[in-house]
Design a protein around this ligand. Structure first.
Ligand SMILES: Nc1ncnc2c1ncn2[C@@H]1O[C@H](COP(=O)(O)OP(=O)(O)OP(=O)(O)O)[C@@H](O)[C@H]1O
Ligand SMILES: [Mg+2]
Length: 376
């Protein structure tokens, strides 16, 4: 840093006394500090001693020629980044090529013209600086890219861990609870506990899948396999999955399907509906109904999940589709829910099928509408 504030040092290596004097005069007039050397050996020695910012190098010298000096400079610890300009009387292409191969930056023919010399020195130094900066930016970008790749790899490992190591025990909890429920001698209290275990295990499973799919969608890897599917059995399955929590909260689940077939990814649509109906159940007062409706619209089908609960503040209707957003209120005990991933999964899964999802303004309660386009 301190070096930048001092005038730049130019090392002039030339066996011709008149040339040295001319270069020195021109450069010093412009505020450079000039170090002179009368031959190759002397020049190399001066280079190590004064760490110049630029080198002017004569090609023909009696002891070591300019090409060799340049190669040696490039081999020195801080010699790679310093611009070297060759000075020569030879005008042929060979010399030019040789100069470049030896590691030179530019090539000036004698006699030296002061203005040209200054411009070339300035340009060479500027180019070097820029290439150093470019190199630094490039290195920084590379490091950042490597870091990103590493994080990405960790994320993928974490996902694999979640899929394989969390889903299986959750599935086994559900299966064992089912096994218990088959026992006819089970007391009512145990039966209710086993049902509770089943419902919690399924909810946990749903959250794991939501989390994985939200992450997938962020990477653009959530793809839908759209086919024509039957709505009625799908909605029935959703209701069966959520029957325990609905019973718990004394909510009736009902369907009113004007349209019976949609173009959708069956698995994604199933989980979208589970999320919407689960939310509806959780936010509804007892003794009310959660209704699933399907209606034909131009170019597609609208699926609505309608509840008689507290509804959603119009100002928050966009936010709730963002990951990890949950609305805090005394009526909505957070602890009972998950982590606010359900609706972001729904949005991404609907979009993956070319559809849209929104909250409708039809109080009381909340109405979520999913529009799925017809695919021929
Ligand atoms: N039917 C509804 N009535 C009232 N508020 C709702 C309804 N559905 C969602 N919300 C609000 O939107 C928020 C986000 O819902 P979302 O499904 O994304 O998360 P969650 O249900 O809290 O957790 P998760 O679905 O991950 O288990 C909820 O916390 C709730 O405040
Ligand atoms: Mg939810």
């Amino acid at each position: 840093l301190a070096k930048q504030e001092l005038p730049p040092v130019v090392l002039v290596i030339d066996d011709n006394e008149a040339n040295r004097a001319l270069a020195k005069g021109a450069l010093e007039d412009e505020g450079y500090s000039v170090v002179l050397a009368a031959g190759g050996e002397e020049g190399l020695e001066a280079f190590t001693r004064c760490h110049p910012d630029c080198v002017l190098l004569d090609v023909r010298m009696p002891d070591v020629d300019g090409f060799e000096v340049c190669e040696k400079i490039r081999g020195l610890p801080d010699g790679a980044g310093v611009p070297v300009l060759f000075l020569t009387a030879l005008r042929d292409v060979d010399t030019f090529d040789h100069a470049l191969r030896a590691g030179g930056d530019d090539f000036l023919t004698k006699p030296i013209r002061p203005t040209e010399l200054l411009v070339r020195v300035q340009t060479a130094m500027k180019l070097r600086r820029m290439s150093v900066e470019l190199r630094e930016h490039y290195d920084l970008l590379r490091r950042q890219r490597d870091d990103l790749l590493r994080v990405q790899l960790q994320k993928e490992r974490l996902s694999a861990f979640i899929v394989h190591d969390l889903k299986n025990p959750v599935g086994s909890m559900d299966l064992n609870a089912q096994l218990l429920l088959r026992d006819p001698t089970l007391s009512d209290a145990s039966r209710s506990a086993a049902t509770q275990i089943r419902s919690s295990a399924r909810n946990l499973n749903r959250m794991i899948l939501d989390l994985l799919d939200v992450a997938k969608a962020d990477e653009g890897k959530l793809t839908a396999r759209v086919a024509r599917i039957e709505l009625s059995p799908l909605v029935d399955r959703v209701f069966v999955d959520l029957s325990a929590s609905a019973r718990d909260r004394r909510i009736t689940l009902a369907a009113s399907l004007d349209v019976l077939r949609v173009s959708a990814d069956e698995n994604l649509l199933h989980r979208i509906l589970v999320n919407l109906v689960e939310n509806a159940i959780r936010h509804s007062p007892a003794e009310t109904t959660v209704l699933v409706r399907s209606t034909q619209v131009e170019g597609g089908v609208d699926l609505r999940v309608i509840d008689a609960g507290t509804g959603i503040d119009p100002r928050l209707r966009d936010q709730i589709f963002e990951p990890f957003v949950q609305i805090d209120s005394p009526d909505h005990p957070r602890a009972r829910g998950g982590r606010g991933l359900g609706l972001s999964f729904c949005k991404k899964a609907v979009q993956a099928q070319g559809g849209e999802i929104w909250v409708e303004d039809v109080p009381p309660g909340a109405t979520f509408c999913v529009r799925l386009p017809d695919v021929p």
